[in-house]
Design a protein around this ligand. Structure first.
Ligand SMILES: Cc1ncc(CN)c(N)n1
Length: 232
């Protein structure tokens, strides 16, 4: 079994909790509330900005141009392609994408980006990839699961979102990231592999928590109660 096959097996519990999550199932049924969609897009826009910065830190640790080109191409995908699923949600909410940009992150999303930034700053390239991999991997499998369970037609409100993540391009992203991580794991010490496993599992758990954060419209607590998610 490869290292990433092991990771997938050890985290089957979290993957299945993600597939069952009410937000994810709501995408499949086509009935997520506008409040939850809005909360998700506001947080995810900033989350993806942080994700690209983590790729940037990974570039600073690359030893070859081929590795630099790989991370550069990943940044391009987030910057220019991952706007499509957000636009699908915005159309369903009835707002422009620009209106949902620039908000501060709710607690769970804040935790998730700091978890990735921690591994980016202090870890090896393998540790960084392990922290990043659940992002494309869980979404690709969500796309696959929702197609299997709901077989959405082009009229489905979230058809674009579902088909974007179930697409070949996202599958290829996962396959290539797994191959890269497997190669790095082959030469990693036991201690480094343990760190990779911890980073991967926590990112899977934070993926579930991110859906929950959006579904419950999670906010920071203040003396007056929970604060409204305002622009800083
Ligand atoms: C939180 C999160 N995780 C994963 C993805 C898919 N790249 C995303 N857009 N947002």
């Amino acid at each position: 079994m490869t290292f990433t096959e092991e990771l997938r097996k050890e985290n089957e519990d979290i993957f299945s909790l993600i597939f069952e999550h009410q937000f994810v199932q709501g995408i499949g049924r086509g009935d997520v509330s506008k409040e939850a969609l809005t909360h998700y897009v506001k947080a995810d826009y900033e989350y993806l900005n942080a994700f690209m910065k983590v790729y940037g830190i990974a570039i600073s640790k690359c030893a070859s141009r081929e590795d630099i080109a790989y991370f550069n191409q990943r940044i391009d995908f987030v910057l220019n392609s991952e706007i499509h699923p957000h636009n699908n949600f915005c159309e369903q909410i009835g707002v422009s994408y620009e209106e949902l940009q620039g908000f501060s992150l709710p607690p769970t999303a804040d935790h998730y980006i700091k978890h990735m930034l921690y591994h980016a700053q202090s870890g090896t390239l393998g540790e960084i990839l392990a922290a990043l991999l659940p992002c494309p991997w869980t979404y690709f499998e969500i796309g696959e699961e929702l197609i299997k369970q709901y077989d959405p037609s082009p009229e489905h409100p979230f058809y674009q979102w579902i088909s974007f993540y179930a697409e070949r391009r996202v599958e290829d992203t996962v396959v290539v990231m797994c191959e890269r991580l497997d190669k790095l794991a082959e030469v990693a010490s036991q201690e480094e592999k343990t760190k990779m496993k911890e980073a991967f599992r926590k990112s899977c758990q934070l993926e579930w928590a991110f859906w929950e954060m959006a579904f419950t419209c999670e906010e920071w607590i203040t003396k007056k109660g929970v604060s409204v998610n305002e622009k800083p």
